[in-house]
Design a protein around this ligand. Structure first.
Ligand code: NAP
Length: 250
């Protein structure tokens, strides 16, 4: 029996990239997984199919985040499939490539709405569904702790705000035995980083050089860290910022 047998998970942004990797890993560990997506329903169904092919079970929930009322809609959809959640992973996020001199207010508001406001209100409206003894994992970024890419300043700011949310929320939910942690990936090979890794001359090699381990990360590298925090073995870790950058901050 898997380490998460009998538990229900919800992973936002699980149609692609890191979220898909997390959903598949939690599914393999025995959790029933809510696979949230924004626009790519077909990709979310592929995530569920991969979970089922490995012997697990899951369901899809499609809600665009970053819009008023998004969190309430998400939970209304979730309620059609499950009566509570043990593991909530706030993974859905967007980047912004606009540097300080180019970013406009609309882009700034959008990145904060998706990366900060949505997780905050997903937790607020999910408080009654989150089971005691559960887990909240927020997907942050190594960029919250390094100025290596100042062109991504606004994006990095959203992750800094998310980390404060993690810290304070751990105190709020601690009395219920719920742990809350940030997991901070370094450069992971996903659609999000395709421009950086594949669209620029020498981008892949540069990304490899960031990591002390000399390679670009894969979604599974992050998913394994989340799986540890979600498991019983992670019970004494809360309010933490877990470095999953492959040594990119050293
Ligand atoms: P990705 O490949 O672009 O996938 C993003 C996921 O989030 C997709 O499932 C997408 O759903 C969903 N999503 C995005 N905007 C949404 C919205 N407005 N409403 C609903 N769903 C939305 O991204 P990723 O690289 O896996 O990144 C996942 C998380 O890790 C993000 O929080 C990101 O900031 C963080 N991170 C990534 C890296 C990296 O190097 N890749 C590094 C550090 C941190 P649809 O496709 O269905 O719309």
């Amino acid at each position: 029996m898997g380490a998460l047998a009998g538990r229900t998970a919800l992973v936002t942004g699980a149609s692609r990239g890191i979220g898909r990797g997390i959903a598949e890993r939690l599914g393999r560990d025995g959790a029933r997984v809510g696979v949230h997506y924004g626009r790519n329903e077909a990709a979310a169904k592929e995530t569920v199919a991969a979970i089922e092919a490995a012997g697990g079970s899951g369901f899809t929930i499609g809600v665009e985040l970053g819009l008023p009322g998004d969190a309430e809609t998400l939970w209304q959809e979730f309620d059609r499939y499950a009566d509570g959640v043990d593991i909530l992973v706030n993974n859905a996020g967007i980047g912004t490539s606009s540097a300080l001199g180019r970013i406009d207010e609309e882009e700034y508001d959008k990145v904060f709405a998706v990366n900060v406001k949505a997780p905050h209100f997903i937790v607020k409206h999910g408080l009654g569904r989150l089971r005691d003894g559960g887990r909240v994992v927020n997907i942050s970024s190594g960029l919250a702790r390094t100025a290596a890419m100042p062109d991504l300043m606004a994006y990095a700011m959203t992750k800094g705000a998310l980390d404060v949310f993690t810290r304070d929320l751990s105190k709020v939910l601690g009395p219920r035995g719920i742990t809350v942690n940030s997991v901070a990936p370094g450069i992971i090979d996903t659609d999000n980083t395709a421009g950086l890794l594949h669209g620029t001359e020498g981008g892949w090699a540069q990304a490899e050089a960031f990591s002390a381990l000399g390679r670009v990360g894969a979604p599974a590298d992050v998913a394994d860290v989340v799986a540890f925090l979600a498991s019983d073995s992670g019970r004494w870790v809360t309010g933490s910022w877990v470095d999953a950058t492959g040594g990119s901050l050293t």
